[in-house]
Ligand binder design. Structure first.
Ligand code: SF4
Length: 327
């Protein structure tokens, strides 16, 4: 069925089971992702932000079915891929790739760069001959700003920024239509971050790929994202156009995240009021009833502890899950 979205999740859930007690008979569910819905159009970047442990990376990994979804639906170009097995997923794995956060851990230190990039080419039969394979690897290295003779070297011979470029080349090797960028710049020096983001933007402009760009900081996703989604404790609490979420945040949690971003101008920085969130993120093993943010929310009302807010539209594509905006 035709869909405006390249990738869509509908009510996505991913629960992990934790066992404890004698004979491990007591089971508890960690609701890492709970009833999350959004879509990503071709050529669009959706930024997904939230504190560590909010479920954003689990959402990305569940979309690729590196984790089996516990509930909800995964759609690719309108086709339901939720229950496909590994073999059935193979063509979709070629179309959906991932760039990982840690450019040190995500590359096998015993493999040459040629083998690392070539592995994906071989798995998906992208090259019809050894010459073509070498040619693809050389042009990918050049595309990400490295040299073709880097192919015979090992990961430890490169800097963090160069390793992340190798990770990007590996993702591009199979001509994907969609890439999950899982905190691709968090481990890099600030001076290198902009270079990597600019390169990802150029590649997107050339290819029309869709990105899910995961980050813990709203300032990191503002520049690259068309839309931004904010997650808290497994829930999507706000989603909307990048300018709407960044300039007119609606959810108290988004406002707090934004208020924590330093402003380069010292005068504006001084006059800015910072919202200090009380306490830590509660355990996903035992999340608060009603609104999961209520234990840290300065606007918490009686109904917030009994009624779970759901996303509803406040303006165009801008949606928020908070009782303050209920009509
Ligand atoms: Fe705060 Fe209530 Fe809104 Fe949750 S629903 S963010 S507790 S006001």
């Amino acid at each position: 069925m035709a869909s405006e979205y390249l990738v869509e999740v509908q009510g996505l859930k991913k629960y992990f089971t934790k066992t404890s007690g004698l004979f491990k008979k007591t089971e508890k569910h960690i609701k890492a992702v709970d009833n999350v819905s959004f879509g990503i159009r071709p050529g669009e970047t959706l930024g997904l932000v939230g504190e560590s442990g909010c479920g954003k990376s689990t959402t990305g990994r569940t979309i690729l079915k590196l984790y089996e979804p516990t509930g909800g639906k995964l759609l690719y170009n309108g086709e339901d891929i939720t229950h496909l097995n590994d073999k059935q997923m193979l063509p979709y794995r070629k179309r959906m790739q991932m760039i990982f956060q840690d450019p040190y851990a995500s590359l096998n230190s015993r493999m040459t760069i040629s083998d690392i990039i070539g592995e994906a080419i071989d798995t998906h039969n992208v090259a019809s001959s050894t010459d073509e394979r070498e040619h693809i690897i050389a042009s990918l290295l050049q595309r990400v700003g490295l040299m073709k003779d880097h192919a015979s070297r090992y990961p430890h011979e490169f800097s963090g920024g160069q390793r992340q470029r190798i990770g990007i080349a590996r993702a591009l090797a199979v001509n994907p239509e969609f890439i999950i960028c899982d905190e691709p710049i968090s481990a890099l020096d600030v001076s290198i971050q902009a270079q990597v983001v600019n390169m990802l933007e150029e590649i997107q402009a050339e290819t029309g790929m869709g990105y899910l760009f995961i980050a813990h900081d709203l300032s990191m996703v503002k520049h690259i994202s068309n839309r931004i989604g904010v997650m808290y404790l497994g829930n999507l609490v706000e989603i909307g156009g990048s300018d709407d979420v960044y300039c007119e945040p609606a959810h108290p949690y988004t406002k707090a995240l934004l208020s924590a971003i330093p402003i380069p101008d010292p005068t504006s920085e001084k006059s800015k009021s910072r919202i200090i969130l009380q306490g830590d993120v509660p355990s996903p093993l035992n999340p608060p009833s009603g609104c999961r943010f209520r234990t840290r929310c300065q606007y918490c009302m009686e109904r917030c502890s009994v009624e779970e807010p759901t996303l509803h539209t406040i303006n165009g594509e801008h949606q928020v899950a908070c009782h303050l905006y209920d009509k």
